[in-house]
Design a protein around this ligand. Structure first.
Ligand code: MN
Length: 262
């Protein structure tokens, strides 16, 4: 091992010797990757598009490469504070401090409640119950809402779960819980398995999409479309969440990695 300093040397040894397991929390990015669909009058973001340039053929005998096109909020992705009007003076993906791309994952499991009610929103009571068992959620951490929704990510119909009322019925977080996590816990942001960090029906809440409103107003983040959340412990995993450095980007596709000490 070439790293001689103690902390980083130990970390690298742990990774190489697999005492630190790395779990990929990212959905595969292709033309079928689900992308949020907003009702009119909202303009919608584009999905992932792939255009081959060459593949060891007449357009490039020795190389394979492609162009791609994708919305900032496509696949597993980041919501920066400027994504929301309440956070318009906050950070974009290029200006957020890089140390905020690293944080402990506090994983709150509400899968049972979501099975009974797909509109279920994480409550302060759920947070308090988690803390009674696992300790207080520290500042500079990511709260990951484990809903089980990732199981539908290759089935658009179930993933969006549009009801007879024309509304998407997917889980989220209550306004009170968002305010609590911002004001009382000073977290970095929340992560979810659905297309957005608010419930599907949260457009009708007051204010609309309250988690976006309160998190981004406080210059905090959102991570959407996470995968493999069931492989995380309730506490102790460290997330690496690094967006592309898009100038004034409101978001970015991500490769989210979790480091878990065995
Ligand atoms: Mn988004």
């Amino acid at each position: 091992m070439s790293v001689k300093t103690e902390l980083l040397g130990d970390l690298l040894t742990g990774i190489v010797e697999e005492k630190v397991k790395i779990v990929d929390l990212t959905q595969i990015l292709n033309e079928e990757t689900p992308v949020i669909q907003l009702p009119p009058p909202f303009k919608n973001t584009g999905g992932f598009k792939f255009k081959k340039l060459s593949e060891y053929d007449e357009d490039g005998p020795v190389c394979y490469w492609n162009d791609f096109e994708a919305g900032e909020h496509c696949g597993t992705h980041f919501d920066a504070p400027v994504h929301w009007v309440s956070g318009k003076d906050g950070d974009s993906v290029d200006t957020m401090p890089v140390k905020n791309m690293f944080g402990e994952a506090c994983v709150i499991d509400i899968t049972k409640k979501v099975e009974e009610n797909p509109d279920y929103c994480l409550s302060i009571d759920d947070i308090k119950k988690f803390e009674a068992t696992h300790g207080e959620i520290p500042s500079h951490s990511f709260v990951i809402i484990h809903t089980g929704w990732d199981q539908y990510n290759s089935n658009s119909e179930k993933y969006f779960n549009i009801g007879e009322d024309g509304q998407p019925h997917t889980p989220g977080i209550s306004k009170e819980a968002s305010i609590f996590l911002v004001e009382e816990r000073d977290i970095l942001g929340v992560g979810v398995e659905t297309v957005g960090t608010d419930a599907g029906i949260a457009g009708s809440f007051d204010p609309p999409f309250p988690n976006h409103h309160y998190m981004h107003q406080a210059n905090k983040y959102g991570i959407a479309q996470l995968s493999n959340i069931d492989k995380l412990p309730p506490r102790g995993a460290v997330l690496v969440v690094n967006p592309l450095k898009i100038e004034r980007g409101s978001g970015s596709p991500l490769r989210v990695l979790a480091l878990i000490e065995r």
